[in-house]
Design a protein around this ligand. Structure first.
Ligand code: MLT
Length: 388
């Protein structure tokens, strides 16, 4: 495997920059990168301010904290996981500056002779991280026929299995029963599942799992990586966490201890003020306020989905997910549709093929935009597609 010349979202940013330089009059609406637009909620802002004041006073000043995070944030997360029926110990949770870092860093505790199973299409960093390290990658191909949800194949042998649910880019999400099949497969093959739960907060369907640890047996075969970016708008504030259960052992080594060793050596923790802000997400007012933002994005997803319904375009996601994954109309390929959409609608999206070969002919729009602009974009897309 070769590393792509540049990261997908950098390529898109460059193309959009070039287009707007050539067309300064164009009113461009960005529904490409999955970056949030709503500001941090009041509960989080209050906690940030208070934490800044703590740092100003001798008695409450904080220097180095534990690399794996403060107890108050571990406790808050233990409480959050309890609400979806998952019991965690505080020292199974490791606080970080975000899921993207941990998804790459966690590979430090795995040998480069491990074989990796990556769904196609999926968030491009999984592939890039492993290509950089030189691991063998097997692609779990998905398609419209299986709803872009791959299931285990006994003829495939892998040591590390990536699962992203709700999926980025397709928005498809696994039920608990489907995840149980993955857990059984991982245990049979002595594999470890790296479960990316960054979009769990968008789940409303009770049949879908919010955490892999809702599934029996997952504590012996899975690591969960999650983020405050999507649940609480921390894309610019930076905070995430990784859960490594105590039961998880491979080749006589305890992966929780190994990850602690790695983090204490190479990482010095997330800023105290940021961890205070993150803990505030799980207070009563924090939870109510973030729900209002999540509902705002859900409404955007509905606006886009309704427009696609009206012009008969196939899509999945948009429910239980902030991403809408559509089939490019008129038989266009992914990058062809990217250019067409930019030129005809002034709308930026993400070409499906950027997430893997199986994404060719598909396209991703995000619901994280401004509501008014999303409405305008949806109208423009509908009108332009209807002329095809
Ligand atoms: C995306 O658009 O896929 C996001 O930027 C992914 C991320 O959170 O890094």
């Amino acid at each position: 495997d070769n590393l792509e010349q540049s990261y997908l979202f950098s390529t898109i940013a460059r193309k959009v920059r070039e287009y707007s330089e050539a067309h300064p009059e164009a009113d461009i609406i960005r529904l490409g990168i999955g970056d949030v637009t709503r500001p941090l909620v009041p509960a989080v802002i209050d906690a940030l301010h208070a934490a800044v004041e703590d740092q100003a006073k001798q008695e409450t000043f904080h220097g180095y904290g534990d690399e794996q995070g403060y107890g108050f944030l571990h406790e808050a997360l233990v409480g959050y996981y309890k609400t979806h029926g998952v019991e965690l110990a505080t020292n199974e949770i490791f606080i970080s500056d975000g899921a993207k870092s941990d998804l790459g860093n966690i590979l430090d505790i795995f040998g480069t002779d491990n074989t990796v199973l990556v769904p196609d299409p999926v968030y491009p960093t999984y592939v890039d991280d492993n290509v950089t390290d030189g691991r063998k990658i097997i692609y779990g191909r998905t398609s419209q026929e299986n709803g872009f949800l791959g299931m285990p194949d006994d003829s495939v042998k892998a040591d590390i299995i990536y699962i992203c649910s709700p999926n980025n880019p397709t928005g498809a999400a696994y039920t608990r029963e489907q995840l149980k099949a993955w857990v059984d497969y991982a245990k049979k093959n002595n594999a470890v599942i790296l479960y990316d739960a960054a979009y769990e907060c968008f789940i409303t369907d009770p049949a879908l799992a919010r955490s892999i640890f809702e599934v029996e047996g997952a504590r012996e075969c899975a690591i969960e990586i999650c983020s405050f970016s999507k649940i609480a708008g921390f894309t610019g504030t930076r905070c995430g966490y990784t859960i490594v259960p105590h039961e998880l052992e491979r080749e006589g080594m305890n992966l929780n201890k190994l990850w602690l060793r790695r983090q204490t050596t190479k990482f010095n923790g997330v800023p105290y003020v940021v961890q205070r802000a993150a803990a505030a997400v799980f207070t009563e007012s924090g939870m109510a306020e973030i729900q209002a933002n999540l509902d705002y994005y859900r409404q955007n997803a509905k606006v886009i989905a309704d427009a696609l319904d009206e012009c008969g375009v196939w899509y999945c996601g948009g429910k239980n997910s902030p991403y809408i994954w559509l089939r490019c109309p008129g038989g266009m390929k992914s990058w062809e549709f990217f250019d067409w959409l930019l030129e005809n609608c002034g709308v930026v999206g993400t070409p499906g093929v950027g997430f893997g070969e199986c994404g060719e002919g598909y396209f991703r729009l995000t619901a994280f935009g401004d509501a008014e602009k999303t409405k305008v974009a949806a109208q423009r897309i509908k009108a332009a597609i209807q002329t095809l």
